[in-house]
Design a binder for this molecule. Sequence first.
Ligand SMILES: C[S@@+](CC[C@H](N)C(=O)[O-])C[C@H]1O[C@@H](n2cnc3c(N)ncnc32)[C@H](O)[C@@H]1O
Length: 352
Amino acid sequence: MRQRWPADLVAAATQQADLRRHATAKFPDADRLLFTRAGLEQATTAAVAVHRATRFAEVAGSVLDLCCGIGGDLLAIGRRQHVIGVDRDETTARYAAHNARVGGASASVVVADVHHVRVPSAGAVFVDPARRTATASGGRRGGYSPDLDWCLALPAGRVCIKAAPGIDRALVPHGWETEFVAEGRELKEAALWSPAWATGASRATVLAGGAVHSFVADHDTGPAEVRPPGGYLLDPSPAVTRAGAVADLATALGAWQIDRRIAFLSADHLLASPFGRSLVVEASLPFGLKPLAAELRRLDIGSVDVRRRGLAGDVDELRRRMRLTGSRRATVILTRVVNRPWTFICADPPTT
Ligand SMILES: C[S@@+](CC[C@H](N)C(=O)[O-])C[C@H]1O[C@@H](n2cnc3c(N)ncnc32)[C@H](O)[C@@H]1O
């Protein structure tokens, strides 16, 4: 390529090829799209963007996408209704316009600082502020650019703000809904929906295998019952724990908590739910390395996936000291049961 084309063009093309390879995890149609490295890192994954776009589609008229980046959300919204994207970075905005065009979205993109945009009061606005540092949990008000107070004060009737999943819930004003969204087991974001959209103070949403599972936490639900563990466990999705919806899930599943401060649910029947990982308890014992090693030997366990919940300890050290030789695989959970250090050896439920 370097013999035929200018070096900077070849460098740009190879960078796009590299970014497209990385982008397939977020965008199924990545091979037609254009990315900047920062734009790809900050872009919403297609599944999450599509879910958000379905909520925007409840509202007629066009949408304003402030801070549209390379267009992760712009694409999904623009496939349902017209969207106007704004980004102050010219290359990013051009890529967003290209991505919308090749992605079949109805969109126009403007290069501007969002602080200078006149926001129509009747419309619907989406804003995805940049995070000031790559590692920022976003818990702090100042962790966003434009800052969270500015986003929360947007004068539109319907506003949705994408925030970090670790956001401090105290920063969200009364009347707004905080939707914690997980894709599979991974918590992706907190979407803040303004009062006209809100269905409750918090919502847990899990996107899995093309399906959307979502429920509003009922803050009138008292704490779940705490009882000794039964034969089955459910490790709730982080979307459920962040939404404060563990007790709601316990009620829905006929389950109980094994400790006031641990989110694990338990029951005497299989807890099958898209809102958590289901486990079958093979052994349940107070924490201790020797008894744990003996149980693992008895159960012929040779490899373990160790999870800690509410119990400190070095997992690698523990794995080394187990010296496992068996033929089966298990999940070992180090946790607390009614405030006592506890261990479960668990198997995955049988597949139907
Ligand atoms: C988190 S990214 C948006 C990602 C986008 N939702 C997506 O899925 O691709 C934030 C974008 O905001 C832009 N931005 C930050 N401050 C801005 C401002 N004051 N005016 C306009 N754009 C801004 C950045 O250039 C960046 O592209």
